[in-house]
Design a protein around this ligand. Structure first.
Ligand code: HGY
Ligand code: MN
Ligand code: MN
Ligand code: MN
Length: 424
């Protein structure tokens, strides 16, 4: 095991790491719920977070800063010549409910720290740097995900505007409340022409235990696992919990419980597939009523799309079989399908060279989590860099953490990537 400490290595304070740390802390003050970090699409806290990023980008010295028609915050630092292409980078600023401070946000602030240094030095590169703080990636408020990065690839589904959140607020109304135009033409205009970009890079906290365990601060992402998501409903018959004999019940929740055990078993068989029922509700359930209805979600992922699809087919066939056997009805709505996204070799090599230039060992790894880079992958080359997390790398949890030393290394790797590109 290699022992690496930034201060041993550089003998300096993590100035950029501390700056990224301060930006993260300030942004984490905005939350939908006091006492935790929850920032879902277009809430007042989400809006406040966007304004904070706008102010931070302006202070950092970006030439243009704007909030676009889906709520992304876009900062552009122009290249040396008019018409120069851009490197596109960024990540999301929304969070899961009761999430961590770094998921997504680290990928906004790391390149911002680099642009801030360029602007301070009044330096222009042969290309511009466009940093996008994506408004929505986590799929929390609506049955839609990658709203921010999807808008940049032309994948904003018009039907989404009429979707309602749990409180009955349509996305259209949420957009208007947030001061956005809620206009499909304006959203369609956000689509980026890949001709104007060199590619997309994203820095992200690892969200897993690997880098922490092997004590290596930065990881090179080789590929992002693909996934599919479903919102499902099983309907049986609500009846008296005291009088309905066990063999006459049409219990919707027990059917989903049976499916959950199957998902666990079936995903485990592959070794590297994962399956989760993260939401499971008995609407209007009572302690003394056999569940007549059960709503649940399915999130199924694998390193390759055929493996993912085989998993999906088996799980949906099992749902069919369970419901038929138990005399239940079911409905399934697919709400996301993301293809696996292997890193573009040339961009992966640039990250590798950047990490090596810091004197760090190379560690290549797949990403089990989904990322905005999966969307950009559909239109341009992309590659990601992971930064080690603390607390065994836990994520989607308030215990998510990293250090300013590791964030410093992330900034330095990003600076190196830009320098390499400038010399190519
Ligand atoms: O679910 C995911 O993988 C991502 O964190 N949104
Ligand atoms: Mn996440
Ligand atoms: Mn994320
Ligand atoms: Mn009674």
């Amino acid at each position: 095991i290699v022992e690496l400490r930034l201060n041993d290595k550089f003998g300096v304070e993590p100035v950029q790491g501390n700056r990224v740390w301060d930006w993260q802390e300030a942004l984490a003050q905005h939350s939908d719920q006091p006492g935790q970090l929850t920032v879902t699409y277009l809430t007042d806290a989400h809006r406040a977070a966007a304004k904070q990023i706008v102010a931070d980008m302006r202070e950092a010295g970006f030439d243009e800063v704007e909030i676009d028609a889906v709520g992304n915050v876009v900062g552009r630092y122009r290249g040396a010549t008019a018409g120069a292409k851009y490197v596109l980078t960024g990540s999301h600023y929304d969070t899961v409910r009761n999430g961590g401070k770094y998921d997504g946000r680290l990928g906004i602030f790391t390149p911002m720290a680099c642009v801030r240094e360029l602007a301070r030095a009044k330096r222009r590169l042969p290309f511009g740097v466009e940093v996008v703080a994506f408004a929505e990636e986590e799929g929390q408020r609506y049955k839609a995900t990658f709203l921010g990065s999807g808008a940049l690839t032309g994948h904003f589904d018009p039907a989404w505007l009429d979707q309602k959140d749990a409180g009955g607020v349509t996305m259209r109304d949420a957009m208007r409340h947030a001061g956005l135009p809620a206009d499909l033409d304006a959203i369609a205009a956000l689509k980026r022409d890949p001709q104007h970009y060199l590619g997309f890079v994203e820095v992200h906290i690892e969200q897993g235990p690997v880098l922490n365990e092997i004590d290596i601060p930065l990881g090179i992402v080789t590929s992002i696992n693909g996934g599919r998501r479903f919102h499902c409903e099983v309907t049986g018959m609500a009846s008296h919990a005291g009088t309905t004999p066990m063999d006459r019940r049409r219990d919707a929740a027990v059917a989903v419980a049976e499916l959950a055990l199957y998902v666990e078993r079936r995903a485990s068989q592959d070794g590297d597939s994962v399956g989760t029922i993260g939401m499971l509700q008995v609407p209007n359930g009572s302690i003394n009523v056999v569940p007549g209805r059960c709503l649940f979600s399915l999130d199924l992922r694998a390193p390759t799309d055929p493996q993912r699809d085989a998993l999906v087919d088996d799980v949906l066939a099992k749902l069919q079989e369970i419901c038929a056997r138990r005399g239940l009805h079911h409905a399934v709505e697919e709400t996301m399908r993301a293809a696996a996204a292997p890193s573009a070799p040339a961009w992966q090599r640039r990250w590798e060279a950047a990490v090596e230039s810091l004197g760090l060992p190379l560690y290549r790894m797949p990403s089990g989590a989904g990322h905005d880079a999966m969307k950009l992958h559909e239109t341009m080359p992309q590659a990601m860099l992971f930064v080690r997390g603390q607390n065994s790398g836990i994520s989607h949890n308030p215990l998510e953490s990293t250090t300013s030393d590791d964030m410093e290394l992330g900034v330095r790797a990003f600076q190196h990537l830009l320098e390499q590109l400038a010399q190519e």
